[in-house]
Design a protein around this ligand. Sequence first.
Ligand SMILES: *[C@@H]1O[C@H](CO)[C@@H](O)[C@H](O)[C@H]1NC(C)=O
Ligand SMILES: *[C@@H]1O[C@H](CO)[C@@H](O)[C@H](O)[C@H]1NC(C)=O
Ligand SMILES: *[C@@H]1O[C@H](CO)[C@@H](O)[C@H](O)[C@H]1NC(C)=O
Ligand SMILES: CC(=O)N[C@H]1CO[C@H](CO)[C@@H](O)[C@@H]1O
Length: 355
Amino acid sequence: MAKLLTLTVLGLGLALFRDHRSSYQTRMNAVREVTPVELPNCNFVKGIENGSEDLEILPNGLAFISSGLKYPGLKDFEPANPGKILLMDLNEKGLTVLELEITGSKFDLSSFNPHGISTFTDEDNTVYLLVVNHPDGKTTVELFKFQEEEKSLLHLKTIRHKLLPNLNDIVAVGPEQFYGTNDHYFVHPYLRSWELYLGLSWSYVVYYSPNEVRVVAEGFDFANGISLSPDGKYVYIAELLAHKIHVYEKHANWTLTPLKSLDFNTLVDNISVDPVTGDLWVGCHPNGMRIFYNDPENPPASEVLRIQNILTEEPKVTLVYAENGTVLQGSTVASVYKGRLLIGTVFHKALCCEL
Ligand SMILES: *[C@@H]1O[C@H](CO)[C@@H](O)[C@H](O)[C@H]1NC(C)=O
Ligand SMILES: *[C@@H]1O[C@H](CO)[C@@H](O)[C@H](O)[C@H]1NC(C)=O
Ligand SMILES: *[C@@H]1O[C@H](CO)[C@@H](O)[C@H](O)[C@H]1NC(C)=O
Ligand SMILES: CC(=O)N[C@H]1CO[C@H](CO)[C@@H](O)[C@@H]1O
C-alpha cells in the first residue's frame, strides 16, 4: 500500500512536472523561430554595445536610454561597470549618444543598476526622469531633474517601499507619482527561479504617490512594460510570459479596471506609446529560452510590433521588424520620432531605422 502510494505520488509528481514543463515551454515560446522582416535603412547607434534596456523619447526628440542592466539570468557584457543613462538627439543625423553626468551628493554611482525609466514634464517644462534602480539586488526608484544645458541629471530623491520589491518598469504620472510593474514576487534568487518555472502569476502592478501606495492590478505571469495612452485615460501592461497586452481603464482615484487583452505569439516586453497617433510600439522576444538562457551560438532574436487602434474592435497589429539575432539581439523596446524607429536591447546594441 505504502509502495503504491509512493508510486502514485511519484506519478503525480512526474505528471505535474511534465505539465509544468510543457506549459513552461509554451510560456517561453521555446520552439518559435523568426521569419525576417526588414526595414530599408537601419544603422547602429554609436557608443551602445552593452545594452539599451529602456528608452524614452521626449517630444523635442531627445531620448534617454538606460544601459548596463544587471539582472539575474540575463547576459551582461560589463559586469564590473555600473549602469548609466545616455542621451541621444534624434534631430541630428549622426547617431551618437553621450553619457549624462549624475550629480547630487547622496547618490551612489558605483551601485547604479538602471532598469525601466519614465519621464514627467511639469507646467514649467522641467523634465523629471524616474529610474528603476537595483543597487545590490534591491529595488529603488531614483528621481532626477534633467539639466539640459549642463547635460546632467541632478539626483533629488530615492524612493523605497515594501510594495515595490522587484520593480521592472514604471510610468510616471507626476514627478513623484507613478504606476510600476513588479515582475517577480520573490526576491530570493532560488525561489525566483522556481516562480519563473512554475508560473505562479503572482506578479502585480502598484500605484505609488507619497501619500498613497496600493496594488492596482495583480495575477500576472511576469508583468513587464507599462505605459499610458496619450489622453491619460488608459494604462497598457505587457504580460511577458502570457504573451498578452492588457488595456486597463484608469480612474480619477488612480484605480484600474480591466478593459481588454490582446494575445500575441511573442514575449511582449516594453511598450512605448506614440504621443501623436496613440499607436503602441512593442519590443518583443520571439523565443524566451534564447533571452533567459544565453547561448552565443543561438542568440536571442528581435521583434518589433506596432498596434494601431487598440481601443477599437479590430486593432491592427503589424510586425514592423524581425531579425534572428545576427544583427540585433534581444530587443526590449522600440519608439518612434519623426519617421525614425529606435530599437533598444537588454544587453546588446541599439538600432535606428527609417520607417
Ligand atoms: C562593452 O563591453 C566591452 C567589454 O565586454 C567593452 O570592451 C566595450 O568597450 C563596451 N562598449 C561600450 C560602448 O561601452
Ligand atoms: C475608484 O473609482 C472607481 C470608478 O469611479 C470606483 O468604481 C471605485 O470604487 C473607486 N475605488 C476606490 C478604492 O475608491
Ligand atoms: C539569421 O539570418 C541570417 C540572414 O537571413 C542568416 O544568414 C543566418 O544564418 C541566420 N542565423 C540563424 C542562427 O538562424
Ligand atoms: C521599461 C521596461 O519595461 N523595461 C523592460 C524591458 O525589457 C527588459 C528585458 O526583459 C526588462 O527586464 C525591462 O524591465
